[in-house]
Design a binder for this molecule. Structure first.
Ligand SMILES: [Zn+2]
Length: 208
């Protein structure tokens, strides 16, 4: 599960922003202009904090959704047939387990005979493609009818395309969050210099 929490850098930035606001709110100013500038800086620091919190919330939501899209079919109904009593129905998985080929698949409990069984449908979309490709090799070896082989190849191609589209969409989201992380690092660097100058009593003026 994805945990909702701020990164180490975000926490560091928050502490610098808190320090900067506190410093400016209690500062003594040489003139009216400095005092007005302080107000602008305080607003800017507070806005930055709000923005970073918003971005972190969005990151949490995005990562949670990506995790669900990638491999969480545990909360969906699956059409399954009990291998023991052959009862066909739509069921929610009871859990997950590796199948004979080593892929993590959903497990079910038959509502009729209470048999526990595993369905050969890997939860991860990329595992699904990998397993289908292994099955295709078996079809080739067993000299299955050409139309059956072709249909299965078409099925694999469609799965791959769906995965590719999703991967590209996810890559775009990861990039957005990487850009924000970079912005956080830049802000830390800038504010650290500012703080050091204040502590050294160099009268750095105001960031804008
Ligand atoms: Zn059954």
């Amino acid at each position: 599960m994805i945990e909702k929490e701020f990164s180490k850098e975000e926490k560091e930035l928050f502490s610098l922003l808190d320090w900067a606001v506190d410093y400016l709110e209690h500062g003594r100013f040489k003139n009216k202009e400095d005092k007005e500038n302080a107000k602008i800086s305080i607003k800017m620091f507070k806005d930055t904090r709000v923005l970073i919190i918003k971005c972190a919330d969005k990151r949490f939501e995005d990562l949670k959704r990506i995790e669900e899209e990638n491999n969480d079919h545990l909360h969906e109904y699956h059409d399954v047939t009990c291998p023991k009593c052959k009862f066909f129905t739509s069921l929610l998985p009871s859990g997950k387990k590796k199948n004979k080929m080593g892929y993590m698949c959903p497990t079910f409990e038959c509502p009729k005979c209470y048999n526990d069984f595993i369905a050969d449908e890997p939860l991860d979309a990329h595992d699904m493609v990998a397993m289908c490709e292994e099955m295709l090799k078996i079809l080739y070896k067993s000299k299955a009818p050409q139309d059956q082989v072709q249909a299965f190849k078409g099925h694999i191609a469609a799965l791959k395309l769906a995965n590719q589209n999703l991967d590209e969409e996810h890559a775009e989201i990861y990039k957005q969050h990487a850009d924000i992380a970079e912005l956080v690092r830049l802000n830390i660097a800038e504010l650290s210099v500012y703080k050091q100058q204040v502590l050294d009593n160099q009268n750095p003026g105001f960031l804008n």
